[in-house]
Structures are given as structure tokens and as C-alpha cells.
Design a protein around this ligand. Sequence first.
Ligand SMILES: [Zn+2]
Length: 257
Amino acid sequence: MPPRSYILFEANYAQLKSYRPNVAVLPWGATEAHNYHMPHGTDVIEATALAERAAKLAFEAGAKPIVLPAIPFGNNAQQLDQVATVSISTATASAILSDVAQSLKTQGIDRLVILNAHGGNEFKPIVRDLQARLGMLIVIINFFQMCPDALDEIFEGNAGDHAGQMETSFLLHERPDWVQLAQAGPGDRVPFAIEGLNQAGVWTPRPWSKSHPDTGSGNPAGASAEKGKQYIGRVSYEISRVLISLSTAQKGQSPFL
Ligand SMILES: [Zn+2]
């Protein structure tokens, strides 16, 4: 397959000089345990797969996206007891994002989408600061929060939030050789012992290994490659619509362009 001009990792300079992308997509994951049955790279695989699919659809519709190489590390500060887990702090994430955005702005790429696949990554405060400083349009997509109806329908109300049915189905479609379903635990959650913490609107991070003994949050039972395919199709279509509308937005249109 020849290099795709909308994937930075593949594209050559000749392609990019004539293509001139105007909206960058930064897939951002984490490298962490996903129950006992899925690869540590699960979030990176998901963010990259969705970014590439959505960019393809947008490109074919005449938009000018460019998918950047994925950031492989995320905030895993509550998982540092798990072997080989690497966590990056919010200050580090902020520095990376700032440098990426500043670089793109210099070349006239003034629209940036962070395609986040890890629930522990929080970009809002960083983007608020950066948006004000750089004056470029920065958008956060948490893919797992998109298409709630499809999520509920496809996974029958049991999508799970970490290594559950949704993520397992995603990987069964995308990287079936790397899913060892027979090794999976049930993905149970042990509630906090401090009673006052177990109610809506009250939050503190979970000490992950204690709260989720097999590291999973959500039962992968019922996962299938077919469900993964349906879900990926739906979400990447919705992301492509975001990319198309950003790419075709005119200067002066709200917000921030
Ligand atoms: Zn994940």
C-alpha cells in the first residue's frame, strides 16, 4: 500500500507539501494492564485505529486531516504498583501538548483534535490554558463517551469502562491474536471502604489494584469481533464528521478560529 498522505508516520515531504493538511489529530492512549487478557497497548491501538479510520473517511470527503503518531503514555498514577506501568504527570502531558500545538501553529495548522482513549487522562484544564495562549482551536474527543446509544445497544448495557465488553470487542476486531479471553477475570469493582465516598458527585481516584483485583472494570463476557466492528464503524464515522466540520470551518467562525 502506498503511503497515505493523511498519516504523518507514513507520508513523505513531497506529499505533505502539496496536500497541506489543516486539522491535526493526536491519538493519545496509555500503556497499562487491561485485565489479564488484553495487551498493555490497548488504548494506543484504539486511539490510532479510530484516528486512521476517521481520517480516511474525512479525507475521502475532501477534508484535510493529518493523523500524528500516538502518545503512548497516560496518567496511571494509581497503577504504579503494577509491573512495568509507566505514568506521565499532568505537567508532562501539558508540556507535550503545548509543544505539539505550538509546532503545528507555526506551520499554519490551527485546528487540533486530541483523540483520547484513556479515562485517566484529563485534558480540559490544559486545553483551557493553551487555547487562551495560542489562539488555536483545540478539541478533545474522549471516544468512549461518544455514541452512548450505540454503546448501550451494541453491548446490551454492559460496555464496561476498562477492559470490559466494549474494549474486548474492539480488540477482537482489531488485534484478535492479542486477546487471550480464557485468561480474563470478571472485572469486578471493590467499593471504597469509606462509605461517604460511594455516591454520585463525590470523587477520589481508585487505588486501581485494590479496587479492581484483575485490573479490569467491567466484565468482558459477551464480547465479539462483530460487536467491535459495529462499534468502531459507528464511532469512526462520528469522529470523521468532527474532522470534516473542523477542516471546512471558515476563519471567523466561532469558536476560536
Ligand atoms: Zn483501555
